[in-house]
Unconditional design. Structure first.
Length: 147
């Protein structure tokens, strides 16, 4: 059940914006440097919320791909489940930084439940849940900095 190098490396690399956003929330000096170097879109809550929305919507596409492995009624149910993360982002995020962070955290935790459902059906690689647990824990910790 070892996670292959490519998915692990790319998954960890995908955490960089979350880690950077949390770090700029926790360090005024780093936030100032990031603001001057990269601009306001790439520091603090802006990078955390924007990137969180992108990744949660992206994960809908990943689940859609897993749904293609199912058949019949189960496939239809899985396709419906796969669009939930993207719809969640669309309908919940945007009211304000703290509430948006809470909704994103809830979305990532619920996504973990969907990952588990697809995994139990044998639609994911055997290492999938190990990777998703690791990535989700870090994403949730980073988004929690905003609350």
């Amino acid at each position: 059940m070892r996670i292959p190098f490519a998915p692990l490396a790319l998954g960890l690399a995908g955490l960089i914006p979350f880690l950077w956003g949390a770090a700029t929330m926790l360090s005024v000096d780093l936030a100032g440097w990031g603001l001057q170097t990269f601009g306001p879109r790439f520091v603090g809550p802006f990078v955390l919320l924007n990137y969180g929305q992108i990744i949660l919507a992206f994960m809908s596409g990943v689940l859609w791909g897993f749904a293609t492995k199912a058949e019949g009624e189960q496939a239809a149910i899985n396709y419906a489940l796969s669009v939930l993360p993207a719809l969640w982002v669309f309908f919940t995020v945007g009211a304000g930084p703290a509430s948006s962070a809470i909704y994103l955290i809830a979305g990532f935790v619920a996504l973990l439940g969907l990952d588990f459902t697809f995994s139990r059906q044998g639609l994911t690689p055997e290492w999938w849940m190990r990777l998703r647990l690791l990535l989700t824990a870090i994403v949730v910790a980073c988004l929690s900095v905003m609350i």
